[in-house]
Design a protein around this ligand. Structure first.
Ligand code: ATP
Ligand code: MG
Length: 651
């Protein structure tokens, strides 16, 4: 490993788990983790068979893992089960009157569902789908705000064996159309509206536009979210159906379909950070067991918890850790429809205080935004109910980790920095709370059954290279929809097919801890030095005025490759040559002179995907003065013009 990186990681502060957390936890000691981990790697059939036995099966499996047709791995072959049955029916035995779902709308309206009520609503929804002609194997697109019906419709699809394709409620018509066409959906579930920053999103109108030219779509099922806008919704005779009308006479029982272990459960498009989104296929049994067990141990679910994952169900995090994993564990989940700054910047903290949230799972981009807004907002609320915090989506820079730990967690809550992907289905690398010693910025150690390696291009193990996974794991993707070839070439062709290729770069330190450095195409080679843009961003944010930054490597006439930085300052601060010099001084001191960027641009915003990840590819195009290419997953396309303008001012 390059010396400077090594010394940086060696100097990292470590945080030791508190004994009191571990003593009440589902996994109580590091020795227990080590013993179970070893078993999961050496005897996966025993390990995963035991985990699966904690759930309900209509028929048992013949084999836990079938590797006869690599890389088309099969888990729990021969078994029959249903994930909706396991999320809902199974919990009726002991948790019938426990809250399953708490919803708060942006305007402040609330709805709550016990497990019994969730059962009733899910069955009613399933019967409605059935009456619209939806059967096992049909694809159903779900385009909804984050309201209870988003969760219920996913569960109802799973109950009848229909394949859901959830499309994030912030996408515009073109992005939706592309996904509906790719998966030939028969039904689209949407709503008349939804709230975001006080405005009503006219989702049905967007869907009307999106489905033009989608010949597979037979029906559109419309949930009434907003009574006032309902009057103006255009309902096409014969195609569009109000949910409240279609469901009115439906029964609140519906027998779960007995699904084959490898029957498709859902398909979901990736975030599109690096290019065109891929339709990732997940199947029933392995996904169920993987999300169940990872939630149980990584989020340490207890019956007394109020669990809040802030992700939208339009992302994999929403699938695995808003809906399936927590409900499989009988948890009480909170969902919130709106923006974190509506009606003011304390809204999230208000929700935590109001519902006594004990577990919070969010993204680094959100954490950095909260830091930028200032401590007074979280400090104005009582956050003492929190006992565990999680992070996902991007590498979390140590400054954000420390802020989250101190200001939100009161220095009392373990932080689980969870590395995984849409493709992996469940968390792959993460601390076990109360058990693993944490280091800010490191996702630490693999979860059960995950056998990672850091490899050179030639396939030799190294301490800084490409993150790869040696063994199949239950919740792994089973393919890319309608594109079996791309599954093999994209994920299982490097290193002779012996490993799953993650496309992320990682460091393995002397304690065996994994540090996800970022996407491989964000690792820049300047004058023979391998520079991770995440590290530059981590150093830059230690300047007290800096709110967020993004660095990229771009082709340069003279140097071959050069570094460019884009920096957002906190509210009330102005960029100047003086600030630029100070930031460069920090980079030079912390990382080395050769990491000082060629150009450092002050900007108001960064180009982000709808899931909040920085699209560095677009910044690279600006620096190289190229066409921008596909920007369909960008949250706000106007941002790019402003950045290009600020960039050119420095010519
Ligand atoms: P696309 O594959 O279409 O470019 P995407 O990779 O952003 O989009 P996701 O599957 O939502 O789509 O994101 C997975 C990626 O997010 C990981 O490969 C990694 O780069 C990043 N990531 C997620 N969690 C973490 C984490 N805890 N630490 C570091 N990186 C993370
Ligand atoms: Mg990806």
């Amino acid at each position: 490993m390059e010396e400077d990186k090594k010394s940086l990681i060696d100097q990292t502060q470590t945080f030791h788990p508190s004994h009191s957390f571990a003593s009440q936890a589902n996994l109580k000691s590091f020795d227990e983790y080590q013993r179970l981990y070893d078993e999961s790697i050496n005897s996966p059939d025993t390990f995963w068979g035991r985990a699966a036995n904690e759930l309900h099966w209509f028929e048992p499996w013949r084999s836990v893992l079938d590797q006869s047709d690599k890389p088309n791995f099969k888990w729990f072959s021969g078994a029959k089960t249903n994930i909706c049955y396991n999320c809902v029916d199974r919990n009726l035995e002991t948790r019938e009157n426990k809250l399953a779902l708490i919803f708060e709308g942006e305007p402040g309206d609330t709805r709550v569902f016990t497990y019994r009520q969730l059962f009733d609503e899910t069955c009613k929804f399933a019967n409605t789908l059935f009456s619209l002609g939806i059967r096992k194997g049909d694809r159903v697109a779900i385009y909804l705000p984050l309201i209870p019906e988003a969760v219920i419709s996913m569960l109802a699809c799973a109950r009848i064996g229909a394949i859901h394709s959830v499309i994030f409620g912030g996408f515009a018509a073109d992005s939706i159309r592309g996904r509906i066409l790719d998966s030939t959906c028969k039904l689209v579930i949407t709503s008349d509206g939804g709230y975001r920053r006080g405005k009503n999103l006219h989702m049905k109108t967007i869907i009307d536009d999106a489905v033009t030219g989608c010949s597979s779509v037979e029906k559109i099922l419309v949930i009434r979210r907003d009574n006032t806008s309902s009057q103006n919704v255009n309902m096409q005779e014969g195609r569009d159906v109000w949910y409240h009308e279609a469901s009115a006479d439906k029964l609140t029982t519906h027998e779960s379909e007995h699904m084959d272990a490898e029957d498709m459960l859902f398909l979901l498009y990736t975030s599109g950070t690096t290019g065109t989104p891929k339709g990732i296929v997940h199947t029933t049994a392995g996904y169920m067991v993987g999300t169940y067990l990872s939630t149980k141990y990584i989020f340490d679910i207890h019956d007394s918890d109020i669990y809040w994952c802030t992700a939208d169900v339009g992302w994999i995090t929403g699938h695995s850790y808003v809906v399936y994993g927590p409900l499989l564990n009988g948890a009480t989940i909170l969902i919130y429809e709106g923006a974190p700054d509506y009606p003011n910047k304390a809204r999230y903290w208000d929700l935590i205080e109001k519902y006594r949230v004990s577990i919070m799972y969010t993204a680094p981009t959100a954490i950095r935004t909260f830091m930028k807004w200032g401590d007074e907002f979280p400090n104005s609320k009582n956050l003492t109910s929190l006992r565990l915090l999680g992070s996902v989506g991007e590498p979390i820079n140590p400054a954000a980790w420390l802020w989250y730990h101190k200001v939100i967690g009161g220095e009392r809550c373990p932080i689980v920095d969870t590395w995984w992907q849409t493709e992996t289905g469940s968390i792959m690398i993460s601390p076990i709370p109360g058990v693993t010693i944490t280091k800010p910025g490191s996702a630490t150690l693999p979860f059960f059954g995950v056998d990672p390696a850091v490899l050179t291009d030639e396939g030799n193990e190294t301490d800084y290279g490409t993150l790869a996974i040696r063994k199949p794991w239950p919740a792994m993707l089973r393919g890319i929809y309608q594109n079996p070839g791309r599954y093999v070439t994209g994920y299982w062709s490097n290193w002779g097919g012996a490993y799953y290729y993650t496309s992320d770069g990682a460091i393995k330190d002397q304690n065996g801890y994994y540090w996800i450095i970022g996407r491989l195409d964000d690792i820049v080679n300047v004058a023979g030095h391998r520079i991770s843009t995440a590290e530059l961003e981590g150093a830059t944010i230690t300047h007290p005025w800096v709110a967020e930054s993004a660095f990229i490597g771009a082709d340069h006439d003279i140097k071959g490759q050069a570094l460019f930085g884009f920096v957002i300052l906190k509210a009330g601060f102005q960029g100047s040559d003086q600030v630029r010099a100070e930031i460069n001084e920090i980079i030079g001191r912390k990382l080395g002179r050769f990491e000082i960027p060629e150009r450092l641009v002050f900007v108001n915003d960064l180009p982000k995907t709808r899931s909040g990840k920085i699209m560095r590819r677009l910044l690279r195009n600006i620096a190289e003065r190229k066409e921008l290419g596909n920007t369909s997953t960008l949250a706000d396309p106007a941002v790019i013009d402003h950045i290009a303008e600020e960039f050119r001012k420095l010519d």
